[in-house]
Ligand binder design. Structure first.
Ligand code: SF4
Length: 448
């Protein structure tokens, strides 16, 4: 079908970044569909193209500008095409996007997604002044998006993300999030539960509560993440509950108790970003805890939930990090034995407190990242090997991407499991583990 004949119109969204952005794209898609647009097979067939951007990684803005350059001939050929930049790069770059890419029609920050509704209404009424719309307000009602409108791209996997808090009140010296996403705003717990109930009715087995500092959640009635876990665990249909990303300083005893009380539905896995094993580096990062306090949280969780697995994030080569301090990060990895580690070489972000500090040479940072990953891969391989011969319950996401004749899913403690035999996407299968690598388990369905 040609663009002219497609009366309802088609859309294409490109998404970068974290789960929050994935869910934001589902909200943007829902808004487009409420105006009658349908998903296009590719950008070249679309009437509306949105780039939903992330600024966590280095040169994020440059990547977006190069993508915009790639789309320029398409926009030139079809001037009626609407091209929008959304998300964190939109917030950070604002007006500069129009200056460098005049073919962009509108720019909406992460808290201005609702403005898309107005842009589409005006555009469809023939209002050409939508061109040049810029909205980078920190709206406090952005969290109240009507959940029925969300167009969940991952429907059928049995999993769904649910936003409970947006923004961040911390000021880690390397991080742009407080500037791009603004201060924390929380959704009312009643509204969250309504969404979770409707997901359960649609066959969703696993919900993952999202927020940059998800464990800081507190609604206007003082209800906390612990209350939310307890209430969700009482719901029939929901079998697994996760939440991310937690800040270690806000991992309170009360929350740990609530996690233990809501077992087994609360999954025995927690992503708890430590960033460094050195208290001096953590202080320079302004993380609000030291090595000992972090280890005490891990110990408190292991005491309450035996066998719990942990994932973490590490920034390697923060300005001023010495070899001894880096060694403290390696020893922390050995002490905790994480099951997943996302490690990154530090890169300065404009507008952050650490920008302009003495940045270690890239070669040194990469050499440290390699050493860290080699150590961690060994830890993961050993820990995964311990699962061989055991049976695990796997929530099946669908065919494995590498070997479509196999299934792929996650265990409750978040290990990737690839397996053969009978299974249904979106349902839980019992799988006997027959092999393991540092990154995944493999096995056979017990039913096969
Ligand atoms: S807690 Fe720190 S790292 Fe996390 S989003 Fe807030 S400022 Fe960024």
């Amino acid at each position: 079908m040609t663009r002219d004949s497609a009366r309802a119109g088609r859309y294409h969204i490109e998404t970068w970044g974290c789960q929050m952005n994935v869910l934001d794209s589902d909200k943007l898609a829902g808004t487009l569909e409420s105006h009658g647009y349908r998903r296009a097979a590719s950008a070249s067939e679309a009437d509306v193209i949105l780039l939903n951007t992330c600024s966590i990684r280095e040169k994020a803005a440059e990547k977006i500008f190069s993508e915009l350059g790639r789309l320029k001939p398409l926009k030139k050929r079809t001037p009626e095409l609407l091209l929008g930049v959304c998300g964190c790069v939109a917030q950070q770059e604002g007006e500069r996007i129009f200056a460098r890419a005049p073919h962009v029609d509108f720019v909406l920050g992460p808290r201005a997604g609702a403005t898309l509704d107005e842009v589409l209404t005006r555009h469809r009424a023939g209002d050409r002044t939508v061109r040049g719309t810029l909205d980078v307000e920190y709206r406090s009602d952005s969290i109240d998006f009507p959940f029925e409108k969300i167009r969940r791209a991952a429907a059928g996997t049995g999993r769904a993300f649910v936003t409970i808090i947006e923004g961040c009140n911390h000021r880690c010296t390397y991080c742009v999030v407080p500037r791009t996403r603004g201060k924390e705003i929380c959704r009312e717990m009643g509204q969250i539960m309504e969404e979770v109930r409707s997901l359960a009715e649609r066959g969703v087995l696993e919900v993952e509560f999202l927020g940059q500092t998800v464990n800081a959640y507190r609604d206007s009635n003082g209800r906390t993440l612990g209350d939310l876990l307890a209430e969700t665990a009482r719901l029939d249909g929901i079998e697994r509950i996760r939440f991310t990303t937690s800040h270690p300083a806000q991992m309170t005893d009360a929350l740990m108790d609530a996690m233990a009380a809501a077992r087994p539905k609360v999954c025995p896995y927690l992503h708890l970003p430590v960033q460094s094993g050195s208290s001096a580096v953590l202080r320079a990062m302004r993380r609000g805890y030291d090595r000992e306090a972090y280890l005490a949280k891990i110990e408190g969780l292991r005491r309450r939930i035996p066998g719990i697995s942990f994932g973490t994030d590490i920034i390697v080569g923060f300005p001023g990090e010495t070899e001894r301090e880096f060694g403290e990060t390696l020893s922390l990895l050995q002490e905790v034995e994480f099951d997943t580690v996302y490690s990154f070489a530090y890169s300065a972000r404009p507008g952050t407190a650490a920008h302009g500090m003495d940045d270690p040479p890239l070669e040194l940072k990469l050499e440290r990242v390699n050493r860290l990953q080699a150590l961690q891969n060994g830890i993961q391989a050993r820990r995964n090997q311990g699962w061989v011969g055991r049976a695990v319950e796997v929530l099946v996401e669908g065919p494995s991407k590498k070997r479509p004749s196999r299934w792929s899913g996650r265990s409750a403690d978040y290990r990737i499991v690839n397996f053969s035999g009978r299974a249904t996407p979106g349902r839980i299968s019992a799988v006997r583990i027959t092999g393991a690598s540092a990154f995944s388990l493999r096995g056979e369905s017990v039913l096969s």
